[in-house]
Design a protein around this ligand. Structure first.
Ligand code: SAM
Ligand code: DTB
Ligand code: SF4
Length: 332
């Protein structure tokens, strides 16, 4: 038998505000799985109710025809994915959909547009959507591509709570996935959003052919931002037929859970969202992710364009695991 020391206790607050080095994060990611889960869950419990999961709902307010070449995306005009493009939705329609999401238990409404960046002519409608959804008493989130400082401050003035802008992967692997913008461009928008006073939602995708080192490097980048993101979505690639990554090798599910655990340890106070890809995960895998520190999901049977488990499946999952939706007060 191995003589490795047995992990008996964890200082659950040691990592708040820390600067992380890749080598240190790699040691954590590669801990024996039980030690990693113990450490991550201890950190999780010290910060959050471990049985409460925040529920967000997505709506694609402008679908398809996007000029960017993100290799994973159904909405890029560079790939024959068969998706029908549509124009920016009417404000009224968006607010009606948000009201339905609220009735279904969602506390945050995330509106996504297939843009490289918003056009100034669209900003009035975008601002009206934020104001309309906020008036329902929901948290608002938008993901519209790159933002200038001026656009970010208009959204902040409208009362936008969160802006989602993913770094997607490590800096090293980024150029294999997207060529029409750089990793530095992504960080610049995140800085503009933070500077405007909007909360940051930034994460990535696992299962695009990257290595474990890329998982670790991506999470270290996020944790070492001047202020870590309030929300970190971890997506598992949904392979889109026709896209560049249609046939990417799937991520090892154990490594996926390791990445969730590392996110929790590096960013103890962040909501870690188990995002796209849940239709391909068993209840058992999702249970491991919640134990490792995931505490947010997207609900509803569609994400932006792809499938998500429906309301009945998630109600069953929550019943099986004794989970409850996080209330808005606890989510803040
Ligand atoms: N156009 C905006 C942008 O790129 O920032 C916002 C929308 S974009 C669809 C939001 C995020 O969804 C992407 O950054 C990516 O991380 C994730 N995503 C897109 N397609 C995905 C897929 N097929 N599987 C998993 N995640 C995906
Ligand atoms: C994020 O990280 N995941 C969400 C949200 N941010 C905008 C989007 C997932 C998209 C999945 C593919 C689709 O629906 O087209
Ligand atoms: Fe466009 Fe966003 Fe899809 Fe990239 S991820 S192609 S920017 S919609």
């Amino acid at each position: 038998m191995s003589e490795a020391p047995v992990l008996k206790s964890v200082d659950s607050t040691a990592s708040i505000g820390a600067i992380w080095h890749f080598s240190e994060a790699k040691k954590i990611y590669n801990l024996p799985f039980n030690d990693l889960l113990f450490r991550a869950h201890t950190v999780h419990r010290a910060q959050f109710d471990p049985n409460a999961v925040q529920l967000s709902r997505l709506l694609s307010i402008k679908t398809g025809g996007c000029a960017e070449d993100c290799g994973y995306c159904s909405q890029s005009a560079h790939y024959p994915t068969g998706l029908k493009a549509s124009r920016l939705m009417e404000v009224e329609k968006v607010v009606t959909e948000a009201r339905k999401a609220k009735e279904g238990g969602a506390t945050r409404y995330c509106m996504g547009a297939a843009w490289r960046s918003p056009k100034d002519r669209d900003m009035d409608s975008i601002v009206a959507m934020v104001e309309g959804v906020r008036a329902l008493g929901m948290e608002t989130c938008m993901t519209l591509g790159m933002l200038s400082p001026h656009q970010a401050s208009r959204l902040a003035d409208a009362g936008l709570d969160y802006y989602n802008h993913n770094i997607d992967t490590s800096e090293r692997f980024y150029r294999e996935i997207i060529t029409t913008r750089t990793f530095a461009d992504r960080l610049e928008t995140l800085a503009n959003v933070r500077e405007a006073g909007i909360k940051v939602c930034a994460g990535g995708i696992l299962g695009m052919g990257e290595t474990s080192d890329d998982h670790i490097a991506m999470l270290v980048t996020l944790a070492n931002l001047p202020v870590p993101p309030e929300s970190v979505p971890i997506n598992m690639l949904i392979p889109i037929p026709g896209s560049k990554l249609a046939d990417a090798a799937p991520v090892d599910p154990i490594n996926f859970v390791r990445a969730i655990a590392l996110a929790r340890i590096l960013m103890p106070q962040t909501h870690v969202r188990l995002s796209a890809g849940r239709t391909a995960m068993s209840d058992e895998m999702q249970a491991l992710c919640f134990f490792a520190g995931a505490n947010s999901i997207f609900v509803g049977d569609t994400l932006l364009t792809a499938e998500n488990p429906g309301e009945d499946d998630d109600a069953g999952l929550f019943r099986r695991l004794g989970l409850k939706p996080m209330t808005l007060d606890a989510a803040e």
